[in-house]
Design a protein around this ligand. Sequence first.
Ligand code: NAD
Ligand code: DAU
Length: 353
Amino acid sequence: MESTVRLAKNILVTGGLGFIGSAFIRFLFREGLATGRVLNVDALTYAANPANLEGAVDPDRYRFVHGDIGEPGLVPGLIVEHAIDTIVHFAAETHVDRSILGPEAFIQTNVVGTFRLLEAVRAQPQVHFHHVSTDEVYGSLGPTGLFTEETPYDPRSPYSATKAASDHLVRAYAHTYGVSTTLSNCSNNYGPFQFPEKLVPLMILNMLERKPLPVYGDGTNVRDWLYVDDHAEAIWAILVGAARGSTYNVSGATERTNLALLRELMHIVAELTGAESADLERLITFVKDRPGHDQRYALDATRLRQDLAWSPRHDLASGLRNTVRWYLDHPGWVAATRSGTYREWIERNYETR
Ligand code: NAD
Ligand code: DAU
């Protein structure tokens, strides 16, 4: 690979109040990588939570902008006003079940929103664009094999179809207009601050509250899990070190069936809270399967390890333990997220555009 060193000084992050975007911003400040300005453009959907960045940023270098990436003119104006040299694009509708119930918001943000950002960098080609995407674009695997960067796209849910469309747009803009891009496709993330509609936080909180643990289908579907901070570090490595136009898979090569993951979580919850494993086990409830449920995701991240010397710092056991502990230690965050109190907090603290 040609060697690349890209300076990322004034960075515009989209979706930086969500789960992974906020982890990336915390990572930038924690590691001293925020050397210029960090601008966070977020529409404050249900998935955003301003508390995710409380105390984690340097107010002199950080600015929040409440806005929708689909709004024409918003990002072009911000690029000029803040001398932005880099965009890291997280903003998306991300929950597969929601995409099945109502795909339109997914098309609007994931496709049209990404298109607007690409138009902005087409007009201002000094800006580098990193697109954060998912392994779901590759489809579903049988019991063996791994997705590589060369695997043909085969998205099967409205969510993954919109992410695939956005990936294609990114590559098309790089190829046709010479826009400077990099792209990453990551496996399932877990960790602190994840909205409790996704498997890991939902199961942890239901265990703590002794509520049913809803397992879709027979629980044999396989996901490949990565601790969110390892994803943030991979994005940074790609952003500053990868060749223009390149794509990288990001994965910790940690496959588990949903049932196996649930049992690991039960073990940790039992250990940290003194709960009886048998009581937790009894909460498992098999429910109707997700329509079109992808059977297995597993990613080959050899290219990222070889080209950019990235490897995950957390194994599943330590990552899950950190995560359970975080949810145990942050009942206020959980209660606010679930009750809608943080919506009121948003109204008080951020003007609506
Ligand atoms: P999330 O749902 O937690 O957060 C999404 C954020 O984007 C929210 O803060 C929301 O307010 C914001 N947003 C939504 N629509 C917007 C719009 N139109 N304009 C501006 N902001 C908007 O998502 P996440 O889990 O942090 O995922 C971030 C990115 O990573 C997504 O692009 C997702 O496809 C990708 N990804 C996620 C995972 C995962 O396991 N969660 C894995 C691989 C890739
Ligand atoms: O693979 C990366 C993707 O991972 C991201 O692109 C998505 O944004 C993210 O939401 C995630 O998608 P999944 O559909 O894999 O994640 P989710 O947490 O919704 O579900 C994980 C597995 O657990 C999946 O097989 C469905 C199952 N599941 C999920 C929920 C919420 C259950 O069995 N019960 C549940 O209640």
